[in-house]
Design a protein. Structure first.
Length: 399
């Protein structure tokens, strides 16, 4: 089946709606980290327990994405997205009413379970509704959700938590999700199930993993996650302990980076349509080697120079994902796309978890609190970037 034919107006409205849903999902994932001090103080959570809360979301999302692969193509795309997004909204609301560590942990596991599947369904919608020649631009517009989350979502969440309660951001995201869910109920197009047969798990795995192009796409997203998320989680402590920023100045990093990517993400999407997904990814990945080196070797510098470096980093690290996701979305045929993308989303989440964990095996602090061996993490990220560049030329577009 070819891409569903929509009018230009309907296509734009669909992309905006999917970007809004993605925005809610990303804000919910990101907002927990700046709420750490409040949660640790008010719920008597230890640093180790807080780390578990952060990791639980990604791990749950990865496992749910894997499970979803066995059923996603047996349901109408519209019903599937509405169902998992409704579960996400309820789980996020539950986070706002948690009363201790254990109740919040359960709520975060549920939010990750539904949130991780939301991402796969969004990509499946793009693959089924947007023609390949415009899919890169559409992916870029949906990816602006990350930028908006950094520029507006997270700062607003911190403001609400500071002036009201740590529960308020979760309730706000749930309320926004309810509005988007009602809008989606009215406007999402129906895309019939691609495969209604009740196949065994073994048959589903064989259908997805017997395709060599799928393996190359999986390897590509894993390499990009290892190249990015090995560095990203430790930017804040490195900037405070090594570069000399204050904790209050950290918000400027995300604001400036998010503001820049808000404009560059759609541009990168259009360029990937014009010059090809793989070629655009090659160029962006090559350029991203510079900020990867710079940010993991940054000495004490004035704030403007730090912000210039971190913004450059965010533009190209997030930018290379746009042609990569558009390329991966087109790497499978329509009948397998939902299952393939669910597997891909699961691998993406699990690779991000591994990327965040592996650097902890070598990162240490000296007596003054400086983060040591971050430069080695940077070299590893640069190596995985080069691997991703090679893999990008091996993934072929199927639809």
């Amino acid at each position: 089946m070819s891409a569903l034919i929509l009018t230009p107006a309907a296509e734009k409205n669909l992309v905006r709606l999917l970007a809004g849903i993605q925005f809610c999902h990303i804000v919910d994932f990101m907002i927990l980290m700046p709420l750490g001090p409040q949660l640790m103080r008010l719920l008597h959570i230890t640093p180790g327990q807080f780390g578990l809360l952060v990791a639980a979301y990604t791990l749950s999302a990865g496992l749910a994405g894997f499970a979803c692969a066995f059923i996603i193509d047996r349901f109408d795309r519209r019903r599937m997205l509405l169902g998992v997004f409704s579960g996400f909204v309820l789980a996020t609301l539950a986070c706002g009413f948690a009363w201790d560590f254990h109740s919040l942990l359960v709520a975060r596991l549920l939010a990750g379970m539904f949130g991780g599947v939301v991402g796969a369904n969004i990509l499946a919608f793009l693959g089924d509704c947007i023609p390949e020649e415009r899919r890169g631009a559409a992916t870029g517009r949906v990816m602006t959700a990350f930028s908006l989350a950094a520029v507006a979502g997270v700062p607003l969440g911190v403001f609400l938590a500071t002036h009201f309660s740590w529960r308020t951001p979760f309730i706000f995201v749930a309320a926004a999700g309810l509005v988007l869910g009602l809008l989606a109920l009215r406007t999402l197009p129906s895309i019939p199930a691609q495969d209604k047969s009740r196949v065994a798990m073994k048959d589903t795995l064989q259908a997805v993993f017997r395709v060599g192009n799928h393996w190359r796409a999986f390897a590509l997203i894993a390499a990009l996650m290892l190249a990015g998320f090995s560095v990203i989680p430790f930017i804040s402590p490195y900037m405070v302990h090594n570069v000399g920023l204050t904790e209050s100045q950290l918000a400027l990093i995300y604001f400036c980076g998010g503001l820049a990517t808000l404009f560059t993400a759609p541009l990168i999407g259009r360029l990937s349509d014009r010059f090809g997904k793989a070629r655009t990814l090659h160029i962006l990945a090559a350029i991203s080697l510079l900020p990867l080196f710079a940010i993991t070797h940054l000495p004490a510098l004035p704030l403007p120079w730090v912000l210039l470096t971190t913004t450059f980093f965010m533009v190209f690290i997030s930018g290379r994902l746009i042609p990569a996701l558009a390329l991966i979305t087109a790497a499978s045929t329509t009948g397998l796309r939902g299952r393939f993308l669910s597997m891909n989303a699961a691998l993406q989440q699990l690779a991000a978890s591994a990327a965040a964990f592996l650097p902890t095996l070598i990162l240490t602090q000296d007596a003054e609190g400086h983060l040591l061996n971050y430069d080695i993490v940077g070299y590893g990220a640069m190596t995985m970037t080069i691997v991703a560049m090679w893999l990008a030329g091996k993934v072929f577009i199927k639809s």
